[in-house]
Design a protein around this ligand. Sequence first.
Ligand SMILES: NC(=O)c1ccc[n+]([C@@H]2O[C@H](COP(=O)([O-])OP(=O)(O)OC[C@H]3O[C@@H](n4cnc5c(N)ncnc54)[C@H](OP(=O)(O)O)[C@@H]3O)[C@@H](O)[C@H]2O)c1
Length: 349
Amino acid sequence: MPSLTETRTYNRTFEFSSAPAPVVVVFGGTSGIGEAIVRLFATLTKGRVRIIIVGRNKERAEGIIASLPQPPEEDQSVQPDPDSNLPKTGYTFLPCDVTLMGNIHALFQTLTNDMGIARIDYLVLSAGVFGFGGREDTAEGLDVKLASRFYSRWKILEESVPLLEASRSMAQSTEAGRLRGAPGVLSVLGAGQFMGSVDYEDIGMKKGYKGWKAVVQSIAYNDLMVQAFAKRYPGISFTHAYPGAVDSGMLRFEGNLRVLNILTQFLLRPLIRVVMTSTTDCAEWMVYSLLSGSKEVDGVAGGMFRRNNRGEDIGMDAFPNVEEEEEKLFFEHCMDAVSVRGPREIGSS
Ligand SMILES: NC(=O)c1ccc[n+]([C@@H]2O[C@H](COP(=O)([O-])OP(=O)(O)OC[C@H]3O[C@@H](n4cnc5c(N)ncnc54)[C@H](OP(=O)(O)O)[C@@H]3O)[C@@H](O)[C@H]2O)c1
């Protein structure tokens, strides 16, 4: 298990190459772990990077962007991206409520058609809500919490594949790409924390929904997701990581529970600092997990990786029960569930 110091050194000596600058897309980059990952990428590359932050909170995103490092104006080391007419580097916020698959599809249309993004080198999936409440369906008929922690991630991957493949092709054909290695995807949730079993008779939990069960199933679904995509796209690295207990926006309470904010933010703060990881340290381990998956492992770049909160590869520890037929069933269910065909009747499959 790498120490924090080793992890920091690895991240700081990673060869990002700015010929052209890497393209990083962070879903959930407006707060918590995602925000810390945005800040770390901007620092590691000294601003020689294109980062796209996705979330709903425009004000927070603008505040974050205003505080990120800019590359020196006439930096000759940054080359223009051959596939786009965009400025060589920069930070952009794209608003999107990811619980609707149609929104994600529209976002990718904006990315590719309007912004001219032709490649993604690093994709971070950190948008998600915590909560044990009951089922609440979106206009597309998916549960909001499952949509935020899982279906949105599947949809994002489906939409991203051509852009990740473009990065893979660059990794195989250019010096800059070779230095960076395979493109990487990081899903921040709960690798290694799954308990119980996946109910393949009720994928998506339409028949038996319980808040705690939805949390646990989301973890298994993320495992099955990285496995499914890694099998189909071998030149890309797909990592599912557990961040541990992190002192982030997850500890903010809404509505009637707002009074708990006073308790957590003031009274429990000293204790929280001791028992929980800061978002800054967590980002070091998460980025380490993402980057190290992109480098050659036994001569092969890319593949499926599962990492714990200290960046350690946990192999198949606590991987969900799955047979070949179930893998197929799961894949077909997900492709159907995330397909955009206009608002569906709530509760229909
Ligand atoms: N913190 C922990 O201890 C911990 C432990 C295990 C797993 N995790 C998982 O790690 C991930 C990140 O957690 P965090 O602690 O960084 O949480 P956080 O501080 O609450 O940040 C969550 C991020 O998700 C975005 N988001 C939430 N709902 C969204 C929606 N419907 N559409 C678009 N963006 C949405 C938020 O952006 P906007 O507000 O701008 O929409 C925000 O940027 C989550 O999936 C969480 O379940 C966290």
